[in-house]
Design a protein around this ligand. Structure first.
Ligand SMILES: Cc1cc2nc3c(=O)[nH]c(=O)nc-3n(C[C@H](O)[C@H](O)[C@H](O)COP(=O)(O)OP(=O)(O)OC[C@H]3O[C@@H](n4cnc5c(N)ncnc54)[C@H](O)[C@@H]3O)c2cc1C
Length: 335
C-alpha cells in the first residue's frame, strides 16, 4: 500500500500535478511520508547536483539509505514497480540525464556497513561509500597501506570497483578479496570472489546489474611515516597534472597503441569550439571541462564527445572507447 502511494507521489511530482506547491513544500510533504514508513531519505534533485562536472538538467528521485535494511526496502520498491535503480558514488565519472525520468537514484554516500565477523589480518571489510583518499589515510593508524598510488582518485569504493579505477600502474581490483552487494534485478544478495586476472584496464568483472555495498580488501603492512609521505607525494603529483575546471576525469580509455590524449591532441581536438558550458581542456585533450561550474546540458557534452571521437576515427581509423558513464536518458532498465 505504502509503495503504491510513494510511486504515485513520485509520478505526480515529476509530472507537476502538485499544482501550487513550491519545491520546498513538495520536499517537506515527501519527507513526512518516507519518515512515517522508515524509508531512507528521498529527495528530488537535478542530475547536475549529483556529478562533479555538473551535467544533466533532468530531475530524479534520489534515495540515500544509511543502512542495508533501508537499502533493501528501496530495492523492493524498485522491483515492485519496475523502476530502474541507478547507483551513484561521488559522481566523478558520470554525466546525468537532461530529462525528468522514472529512474531512481541511489546515493550511497551515507551507507554504513556493519562488519559481521573479524577478518584475517591485513584484510578489512570496507563500505562502498568510503572514498579512496580517506581510506588511504585511515589505513595509516592501522599500520597498513598500499593504496597511496590510488589515493588521489576522487572515488567512492563502489564507483572505483565498478570502473576498476587505476593510477600509477595499480588498480583497485588488485586489492579485492570479495565483493558484496545485491542483484538489482531481483533483490537477491550477492558475493563475488575474483582473482587478479579477472580485472583489466578500466574493466571490472562485477556484473552490471550488481549493486556493490562492500568489499573485503587486502592491504599490506606499511610504515605509517613512509606511507603518509607516499600519499603526500601522489597528492602533489596530482596537483601538478590535473587540468583546471570541473570535470569527470578522462573522457576516453587509452587504446593499447597510444594514449588517447595524444591521438586527440594530434587530431586538433583542443581547437574544437565549446558546446554550452563544456570545452576540451587546453591542458589535456582527453579532458572535457566545465570552467563556469554552472549546470550544463549532457547533450552538449555528448556532442563534443562525438566530435572528438570522429576526429580521431577520421585521422587514425581508431574508435575511441568511452571511460565516462552516461546515465540512461529515459525510463527503462538501467542495465
Ligand atoms: C579530477 C578527476 C581525476 C580522476 N582520476 C582518475 C584516475 O586517476 N584513475 C581512474 O581510474 N579514474 C579517475 N577519475 C574518474 C573517476 O574518479 C573514477 O572512475 C571513479 O572510479 C568513479 O568513482 P565514483 O565513486 O565517483 O563513481 P560515480 O562516478 O558516481 O559512478 C561511476 C559508475 O559506477 C557506478 N557505481 C557507483 N557506485 C556503485 C555501487 N555502489 N555499485 C555499483 N555501481 C556503482 C555508477 O552507476 C556509474 O556507472 C578521475 C575523475 C576526476 C573528476
Amino acid at each position: 500500500m505504502y509503495f503504491h502511494l510513494l510511486k504515485k507521489i513520485i509520478n505526480d511530482i515529476l509530472t507537476e500535478e502538485f499544482h501550487g506547491l513550491t519545491w520546498e513544500e513538495k520536499q517537506e510533504f515527501l519527507a513526512k511520508v518516507v519518515a512515517k514508513e522508515k524509508m531512507p531519505i528521498l529527495k528530488f534533485m537535478c542530475w547536475h547536483q549529483l556529478n562533479m562536472i555538473h551535467a544533466g538538467l533532468g530531475i530524479v528521485s534520489v534515495f540515500s539509505p544509511s543502512t542495508v535494511e533501508e537499502l533493501q526496502k528501496v530495492i523492493s520498491f524498485s522491483n515492485e514497480f519496475s523502476l530502474p535503480l541507478y547507483p551513484v558514488g561521488l559522481g566523478s565519472n558520470l554525466l546525468g540525464s537532461d530529462l525528468d525520468c522514472g529512474v531512481l537514484v541511489l546515493n550511497l554516500s551515507h551507507l554504513h556497513y556493519k562488519i559481521s565477523h573479524p577478518l584475517p589480518k591485513e584484510q578489512l571489510r570496507i563500505s562502498c561509500a568510503e572514498s579512496l583518499p580517506r581510506l588511504a589515510h585511515q589505513l595509516l593508524s592501522l599500520g597498513l597501506g598500499g593504496l597511496a598510488p590510488l589515493s588521489g582518485i576522487p572515488a567512492a569504493l563502489g564507483g572505483a570497483l565498478r570502473m576498476n579505477a587505476g593510477a600509477n600502474g595499480t588498480h583497485v581490483g588488485e586489492f579485492v578479496q570479495a565483493v558484496y552487494g545485491f542483484n538489482l534485478l531481483d533483490g537477491t544478495e550477492y558475493c563475488g570472489k575474483f582473482s587478479d586476472k579477472d580485472w583489466a584496464y578500466r574493466q571490472s568483472p562485477i556484473p552490471k546489474n550488481i549493486l556493490i555495498t562492500a568489499a573485503d580488501l587486502l592491504f599490506f603492512k606499511r610504515n605509517p611515516t613512509e606511507e603518509k609521505a607516499a600519499i603526500q607525494k601522489e597528492h602533489m603529483r596530482r596537483i601538478g597534472c590535473t587540468p583546471k575546471g570541473h570535470s569527470a576525469g578522462s573522457v576516453f580509455r587509452n587504446p593499447s597503441s597510444c594514449p588517447a590524449g595524444k591521438l586527440l591532441e594530434d587530431s586538433g581536438c583542443k581547437e574544437l569550439p565549446p558546446c554550452g558550458v563544456f570545452q576540451v581542456s587546453p591542458e589535456h585533450a582527453n579532458w572535457i571541462v566545465n570552467y563556469s561550474g554552472k549546470p550544463g546540458r549532457t547533450e552538449d557534452a555528448r556532442k563534443l564527445v562525438k566530435q572528438m571521437q570522429k576526429r580521431v576515427a577520421d585521422k587514425y581509423q581508431i574508435q575511441l572507447q568511452l571511460e565516462w558513464q552516461f546515465v540512461p536518458q529515459a525510463e527503462g532498465n538501467a542495465f
